[in-house]
Design a protein around this ligand. Sequence first.
Ligand code: ASP
Length: 444
Amino acid sequence: MSNLIVSKFGGCALANSEMVKKTINLINANSNRKYIVVSSPGKRSKNDVRVTDLLYVCYLKYTKKENFTDALNEFKARYSEIISGLGISFDLDSEIDSIKQKLFTGKSKDFIASRGEYLMAKILAKALNREFIDATELIFFNRDESLDEERTYEAASKRLAGVDSAVIPGFYGNIAGTEIHTFPRGGSDVSGALIARAVNADICEKWSETTEIFSADPAIVKDPLIVRNVTYDELRELTCMGIRVIFEDVILLLQKVGIPLLIRNIYNPDDPGTRVVAKLPEDLNRKVAACIVGQRHYKAIKIEKFGLNRMHGIGEKVFGIFAKRGISCEHYISGIYNFAIFLKNMMFDLKRKEIINEIREAIHPEKIEINKDVALVAIIGEGMGTVKGIFAQIFNAIAAQDIKVHMINQGADNLNIILGFNDEDFENAIRALYQAMIVDQDKI
Ligand code: ASP
């Protein structure tokens, strides 16, 4: 049975010739790694510069009529080191000349930014002796810059059908037939997911420096368990709670067709990494939660109004006040005559008076109370809400620490239970919940 893998390598996996060699060995170690999607060379050390940033500098300097030679030379030096380290022949000079020409002929910022991935893919293809296929043949955007998914899958699956293996630049695609458009920064992961879908891959790999997904913040809990298996839904919840491993779009793209995502660490290739799947393996030794995550410094806006439960359009009126200012209400809970909105947006602080007045005018509440310094902690895991006795376990753990719970909210999808605490109780609450829900979960 074939096991087709699309592997996406991030900037750190291609940062210099040493890393590129490692990446080449990894690719060659598994003949199922057929389609390789690459970022451009990333940082070689903490204070280093990504080549994409060098390209943005070139573009900016050009538009300001400043000299961009230094930035372009720096860009060139990065590739020159990789080419000589790999010992391949590659006409870098004419590629650099072409970038310069394109700047002078008024090519777009996106075009210039895309040259990092373009060159990296070309060099890697040469080193691997694989076909280079430009992303402009595979990934398509509509004129309004939205992704044309249908056309992308159609074109990419057709183009790659007879191709045994290839190297493809990430981060950009074709717009309006002849122009280039880029995804947002870090967008090569999206390219990887799109190619995985187009070729109906069995696995989509993401190789980066991303450290493990911990079941709790290691700065709070000593040696927390590493999450090796997580569902798409769980990962999306984690993303919403501030654990950014990957763009939510990437999860959604793969989730729609059930292609597993393997998150691997380039600095530790023997580590199995984390598997993101639709359904957890049956033999997984996890009964309830995958992770305990949270954030401090929320504001809780509590609104009280008698008869609220019988009124129409309250949600529309109140949320609309936030929405028109671009403030998202991150969490929301409701009681009988009251409800509370939790948010972190700074804009709220700036427009606070105005917003509160508008809420007063719109629904005439009896009371509006704002609590600051609220911490929200989420217990995340598939099917959690259906586990018998889970609330008793949670409250026992919290009560044993003498911590006050301000609110509790069980997600309708049974994937999370969110608790609100005072900011100062945040770490103790996480430790207590970790112990109860992750370590001693067999007791439930
Ligand atoms: N090179 C681009 C960036 O630095 C895209 C990517 O790495 O995914 O954002």
